[in-house]
Design a protein around this ligand. Structure first.
Ligand SMILES: NC(=O)c1ccc[n+]([C@@H]2O[C@H](COP(=O)([O-])OP(=O)(O)OC[C@H]3O[C@@H](n4cnc5c(N)ncnc54)[C@H](OP(=O)(O)O)[C@@H]3O)[C@@H](O)[C@H]2O)c1
Length: 345
């Protein structure tokens, strides 16, 4: 049935329960039927709360649920590829959260499984559909020209103290944690969406607060970065830098500046967008919204259209793998202290 709702399950009781589950329940294109959480009780509570057929902590039980057509994978990054591949092998369409996988090799394995099964795979780079960033991308295309200097600066205070966050997978590099997976990949995605090609990156990451207690109160060593700086050389010329600290004592809104050959675009910390061509005064728009649910609804609707009409999802897996290649290059540049070119996907 071309427009019929897609029966979908959400894996993940964190972000998955906060944004995807309520949005999928709200829009006509989807019918959420099942949810997975690591904790059986949380899975049962979420199923009850959203009127779902199944709440489980067993991934296989969820994937085998009768009538299920698609999944959204919103679990720790180190588990994305295994779950996405298992889902594709069962003929389920996959919306995988960002980044696609731990590294490009795993990401390619997801692509192989998706292609072999002939299912749709979309990647949740939804931040670029928040009005702040969507308008920025539109103004860049309109006035900026070729990139000369681009900067993206994020400042948070939510990891400033050992007790401001418990130790979870987010602080564990082996599970794919860190602020690069949280925010850095969205900003790499933004650069690719705005300017297409990156020639090489250099990077430094740091763990500023290196001890936290887990939910049981046990002290744990933090291995995943809470700060980073990335330098970017665009193919064809132009430089960029992306930075984040999560341990500032005073947070502020995201600041993004694009200085191009033909004009300028700036998102200020109060979500106002300034833009203009060379020789013109900058115009101002906003404050704009940065609404995660609205952005996710865009991704979900495009995923539905891809499943029912055969159109390409936006963003598709190829875009997700291009960000993955850049993330791999950033990690290698940091570890080896040198410029690194991203691998072709
Ligand atoms: N696209 C976006 O804008 C966006 C925003 C936020 C997060 N995300 C993505 O969503 C995914 C999950 O992030 P999150 O913030 O939701 O994480 P989370 O709340 O810590 O955990 C998500 C799910 O994984 C389970 N889990 C936690 N630690 C685990 C472990 N060690 N092994 C197996 N399962 C574990 C949790 O179990 P319990 O249910 O028992 O807690 C929960 O169901 C990540 O890929 C992240 O990048 C995307």
């Amino acid at each position: 049935m071309p427009g019929a709702p897609v029966k979908i399950a959400v894996l993940g009781g964190g972000y998955g329960a906060k944004v995807p589950l309520p949005v999928l329940a709200d829009i006509a294109e989807f019918h959420p039927v099942a949810v997975w959480s690591r904790t059986p009780q949380r899975a049962a509570e979420l199923a009850e709360q959203h009127g779902l057929e199944l709440g489980t902590s067993d991934v296989e039980e969820l994937l085998a649920h009768p009538g299920l057509e698609a999944v959204h994978v919103a679990t720790p990054v180190a588990t994305h590829a295994e779950i996405a591949i298992a889902a594709a092998r069962r003929g389920l369409h996959v919306l995988v959260d960002k980044p696609v996988a731990l590294d490009l090799a795993e990401g390619r394995a997801v692509r192989d499984a998706v292609e072999a099964a002939g299912v749709v795979c979309a990647v949740n780079y939804g931040r670029r559909f928040q009005a702040t960033r969507e308008r920025l991308l539109a103004r860049v295309a309109e006035v900026a020209g070729a990139p000369r200097m681009v900067s993206i600066s994020l400042v948070f205070d939510d990891h400033a103290l050992p007790e401001s966050r418990p130790f979870t997978w987010v602080q564990d590099a082996a599970l794919g944690g860190g602020r690069l997976q949280g925010y850095g990949v969205h900003d790499l995605d933004l650069l690719l969406a705005a300017f297409g090609e990156v020639d090489a990156v250099a990077a430094a990451t740091e763990v500023g607060v290196d001890r936290r207690r887990d939910a049981d109160g046990t002290p744990r060593a933090v291995t995943a970065e809470d700060a980073y700086v990335i330098l970017v050389r665009f193919r064809g010329g132009g430089l960029g830098h992306i930075s984040l600290t999560a341990t500032a004592r005073h947070g502020r809104g995201d600041v993004i500046e694009v200085h191009g050959s033909e004009g300028t675009v700036r998102l200020d910390a109060d979500k106002r967008l300034h833009w203009g061509r060379a020789g013109e005064d900058l115009q101002v728009e906003g404050p704009l919204k940065a609404d995660s649910k609205q952005a996710y609804a865009r991704i979900a609707r495009s995923f539905h259209a891809a499943i029912r009409d055969g159109s390409a999802p936006d963003p598709d897996l190829a875009e997700g793998l291009r960000v993955q290649a850049l993330l791999d290059a950033v990690r290698r540049a940091d570890a080896e202290r040198r410029w690194v070119e991203p691998e072709p996907v």
